[in-house]
Design a protein around this ligand. Structure first.
Ligand SMILES: O=C(O)CCC(=O)C(=O)O
Ligand SMILES: [Fe+2]
Length: 336
């Protein structure tokens, strides 16, 4: 069947690769045999491994390591120096480093993600890590969600061969099919509360899910230049770094997809209409990415707050606020 005669997806608000009718969707995706394997793995396991599609990747990695290492405060060429305890990441180095930007904006990766998800992908955040993150298992969904849900993924790139004692990337295969957690499910408010960590409040619930499914965590002993795509709701994290002298250079690029609302669930109360919207630009060209719901731009509203003062005073203030509401409030910027 050629492209022109392909029927429209019956679930345009669900990523094709996570569609309830994936068996039919994969036939319409126009994938090479290699890409088909990636689609099947992402659908089944919530992650897929690929060789990073850039003939210059080796040179780019070497330049990034050479130029970023001094900012982490250790000698990258000295195998004996202790690498633990250094500043653990640089966020959004893409803005000043052309190789970080080129990896995030790789057109082959963007094209593949766009076909797998059925909407155009755009990178919006980079993280460069010199050592293992030792980050608790988490889903990116609690940091970066979308409406419709699940239009988000991460692409992790190994910038060296990863050793077992360096704290490899780890994940729970199949966990992307478990419920996607939000504040309501764990009886917690997202607005009007102090947040120290977006993911810590969810960790008990994830541990209970792992126990319930008797699920196993796997490690990725990647080769330099290998990449891994993870789905928004896949549990992943960093294993323990047993050897403090070992590096584990990596770059993570986080992607969203066009025509969605982008927000932070950990700081939202969705059912009360309170969304911590994100104010994003695409790493490809710096273009702003508006929050769109079925084509309409969604502007931030004042979050709903619990009354903290005598009720009549609160109502009076609410009335004043309501009258002023025609004026858009500043967008709340949130970093993960
Ligand atoms: O590299 C890791 O250990 C995990 C990084 C991660 O979870 C992320 O950037 O979303
Ligand atoms: Fe993550």
């Amino acid at each position: 069947m050629n492209k022109m005669s392909s029927p429209k997806s019956p679930f345009p608000g669900v990523p094709l690769v996570e569609s309830p009718v994936f068996g039919a969707e994969i036939e319409r995706m126009e994938l090479t045999p290699e890409e088909r394997k990636i689609a099947l793995a992402l659908n089944r396991d919530g992650f897929a491994v690929l060789d990073f599609p850039d003939p210059d990747i080796d040179m780019r990695i070497n330049r990034i390591r050479r130029e970023l290492a001094p900012r982490f405060g250790f000698d990258d060429n000295d195998p004996e120096c202790i690498k633990l305890g250094c500043l653990s990441r640089i966020q959004d180095a893409w803005a000043s480093h052309p190789d970080v930007q080129a990896i995030a904006a790789n057109p082959t990766v963007i094209d593949l993600l766009s076909r797998l998800y059925g909407r155009h992908a755009f990178p919006f955040q980079t993280l460069n890590f010199p050592v293992g993150t030792q980050q608790h298992l988490h889903t990116d969904s609690v940091h970066f969600s979308s409406i419709p849900p699940k239009f988000m993924c991460g692409v992790w790139l190994a910038m060296e061969d990863v050793q077992a004692d360096a704290g490899p990337l780890c994940y729970v295969p199949g966990s992307h099919k478990w419920p996607s957690l939000d504040n309501c499910m764990i009886a917690r408010r997202g607005t009007g509360v102090e947040v120290e960590s977006a993911q810590a409040p969810f960790e008990d619930a994830w541990a209970a899910l792992i126990a319930e499914h008797q699920a196993k965590t796997q490690q990725f002993l990647a080769r330099k230049g290998q990449a891994l795509i993870w789905a928004a709701n896949l549990l992943h994290g960093g294993s323990v770094q047993n050897n403090p002298k070992l590096t584990r250079w990596s770059q993570v690029t986080h992607y969203y997809f066009d025509d969605c609302v982008y927000y932070t669930p950990a700081l939202s109360d969705e059912y009360l209409g309170s969304l911590a919207l994100r104010n994003l630009v695409s790493i490809v060209d710096g273009a702003p990415k508006p929050n769109l719901y079925l084509g309409d731009e969604i502007l931030p509203k004042t979050p709903l707050r619990k009354p903290r003062e005598p009720l009549p005073m609160y109502w009076a203030r609410s009335l004043v606020r309501t009258l002023k509401l025609a004026k858009a409030q500043p967008v709340r910027r949130v970093t993960s």
